[in-house]
Design a binder for this molecule. Structure first.
Ligand code: NAG
Ligand code: NAG
Ligand code: NAG
Length: 291
């Protein structure tokens, strides 16, 4: 019997790849991700039919939804589905903190048909959200590019793994997370070799506005100072935003940053706007009960 995997996704509509064991007529595997309840996937009548989405990378899934067909609903999954789904209904499974790249829906047994109307996977990439973002800064000191603060290298051995602006008025650095997240904390690493004051007074700002280069977004914290080579964590208590900025207000300032990490969750209010509608299924619960 196939081992179930779970997990999920990001905009699977954009990057996920679906497949299934066979296609009955035109009912291909992508129909579970088209957002339409009037279409569904459908395999042939066969042994062990399955449907799968490859999210292309590992995600931490918070929940998975599966929507059954409005008719012939028994084809979603034998006893498992009969129990959990009314025809046309959507069931939600809580998948805790499961992590994975593939989500597979599978019906064990002979002479089975698997048919899904929609599947959704809601989750975020596990760990540091900054690594999937894009960084920019107000000016760049030779070779000290903005991206070096999100290269997963805290730069303690090699200072060229850090970002730095020129000496200027109000230097800033900005991270675009690409989606709106609820940020729980930001971890900032200072350089180790010298010049540790080039972070003093930096404001951490989080929000969705690009006004004034995102430097008018609400403040999470102000960094008085960080000792050489240390990483300090700032709790942002669930601020929502797509942009995370550091800015040092004032004249003749330099902003140097060796690493900035962001941890958080998908903002539930923005789940539909943001992302993560994708497919998946996961019998993280159902199969435990029925096999
Ligand atoms: C699959 O076909 C067999 C006959 O070959 C039939 O008995 C069975 O009910 C079919 N399964 C489904 C799910 O329709
Ligand atoms: C832009 O941000 C800087 C630094 O915080 C601030 O001094 C300035 O007043 C802001 N400008 C506007 C137009 O809000
Ligand atoms: C920026 O340059 C001025 C002189 O032009 C200098 O006094 C100041 O110390 C410099 N700031 C930093 C942070 O190096």
């Amino acid at each position: 019997m196939i081992k179930m995997s779970y997990l999920v996704l990001l905009n699977a509509a954009l990057w996920g790849k679906t497949s299934q064991s066979s296609n009955y007529l035109q009912s291909g595997p992508e129909l579970a991700l088209d957002g339409l309840l009037t279409s569904w996937t459908h395999t042939n009548n066969e042994t062990n039919p399955w449907w799968r989405v490859d999210l292309l990378k590992v995600y931490r899934v918070n929940r998975v939804t599966i929507t059954n067909r409005p008719s012939n609903g028994l084809r979603i999954n034998g006893a498992v589905i009969r129990y959990f789904f009314d025809y046309g209904a959507t069931a939600t499974f809580s998948c805790g903190a499961m992590e994975g790249r593939y989500m597979i829906v599978h019906i064990p047994g002979d002479k089975k048909i698997l048919s899904l109307s929609e599947a959704g996977v809601y989750g975020v990439p596990p760990g540091n959200l900054a690594v999937d973002g894009a960084a920019t800064q107000s000016s760049t000191f030779t070779g000290w590019f903005a991206e070096k603060a999100i290269d997963s290298n805290r730069g303690l051995q090699q200072n060229t793994a850090c970002s730095s602006t020129l000496n200027q008025t109000n230097p800033w650095w900005r991270l675009d997370l690409r989606h709106i997240y609820r940020v729980s904390r930001v971890v900032v690493t200072n350089r180790k070799d010298c010049c540790t004051e080039q972070m003093n007074g930096a404001e951490i700002r989080i929000g969705n506005s690009l006004e004034n280069n995102s430097n008018n977004n609400p403040i999470c914290a102000v960094i008085p100072a960080i000792p050489a080579g240390e990483s300090y964590s700032y709790s942002c208590g669930g601020m929502d935003g797509r942009y995370v900025n550091l800015i040092i207000p004032g004249d003749m300032k330099i902003l140097t940053l060796c690493e900035l990490e962001v941890y958080g969750e998908v903002n539930p209010l923005n789940v539909f706007v943001n992302i993560l509608r994708l497919a998946v299924i996961d019998f993280c619960i159902a199969f435990q009960r029925f096999t």
